[in-house]
Design a protein around this ligand. Sequence first.
Ligand code: SF4
Ligand code: SF4
Length: 450
Amino acid sequence: MTLLEISFIIIFGILVLGFAAFSLTSRHENQQRAFLLAGLGVLASLALCIVLIFSPTAVQVGAALALGVVLFGLLIWFFWPVQQHIPESLPPNQQVDERTVMFARARMEPGSHEFNAYYQAHPEHLAPDNSFRQNPGLLSEGASFYDPFLSSSPDASFFLTEVLSRAVDGSVAPIRTERAQEKNSAYVKGLARYHGAVDVGICELQPHHLYSHVGRGEGVWGAPIDLGHKFGIAFTVEMAHEMIQAAPRMPAVMESARQYVEAGKIAVILAAAIRNLGYPARAHIDGNYRVIAPLVARDAGLGEIGRMGLLMTPRLGPRVRLAVVTTDLPLLVDEHTSDPSVIDFCEHCQKCVTTCPSHAIPEGTRAQQPDGSLRWRINAEQCYTYWTRIGTDCGRCMAVCPYAHPDSPLHNLIRSGVVHSANFRKAAVKMDDVFYGKKPNPPSPPEWVD
Ligand code: SF4
Ligand code: SF4
């Protein structure tokens, strides 16, 4: 066997192994299109290798030269240092009134004092809100994806979140247990992880982290919010890939409701444990927030806010749920280092835009918002109105996001390229379209919920 033939075997062997690993991973992830395409990649690489081994020497030399040029060109292209200046996303320079948030608006009873006061102050919201009020509603009969059998599960989870939301705060132990900040930080992070959190970060609370007025949860509607806590501990829990992939159907809301419970449980335990140490602490969980969880999580170093307005974490993308604990326990803060690769990836990728059934996600670049923030701003009215029509919390944008692929060695290899090379990011956007589809169809959910 000649040196050229051995080189072909090595190069195509690597290709075959790569495609085979990708094909098997895709099968495991229930991604039929990627499974088939990667399988074709295995066959094509094998066929080409065999053809080249049995070709005349002149053809082998020509092919080797062409292969060398392509591989060398790809290496240079991927690792060429492209100078990019991507401005950091800016937080709002003013506080958000929680009463303006869709979930707070949705729970106001027509004719109530809150209802009349709110629409007197915000007449521009009346028409869009009346439009979602005419729809069947979340987990409600008549909605297009309503399933009386499956909806029993998210209903049960939301029931438990409601119970947890009454336990977010409590009395503080009279005697303080004093320890160094580092020890406190290591303990609260370890405790959150021990109870199921994936990532945990700490930041010093800023005014824009807090809502200005109560819109829902415990407390008086419209009361000004003054937590008086110094630190925010933010953490994520993972949402199961196979359930979220079925979005916008019922399995997706089953999973998001389940993870609201998990995040809520961890936050309530963490806050109670800190109060047992003699420091005030409050959990901020679904339905009972005083802080804007994604902003706290971003500043605690857990990720960046992407095009769809969700926190994009390094290993799970937006496929997480968040909760926060605020406290005065002395803690060490984590540094927030902006990750421009996420913003750059979102600039090139528009998958959530093309897939969103309600056309609520903006295309193009980030825009300066009236509140001073620099970001993409989704149309919350259009998104929520769609939810009330289909009866679930949709989540199609989250399901198709390239960052939401499972936390596996192959996807992590791609993630690493995405962080380090601007050219790789462009290629990764295209490859995601090729292997998973520009507008992927939801794969079938696990059999027990089908
Ligand atoms: S789908 Fe694409 S554009 Fe949308 S958030 Fe994910 S990476 Fe960004
Ligand atoms: S949840 Fe659904 S409707 Fe809302 S932005 Fe995402 S894809 Fe669009």
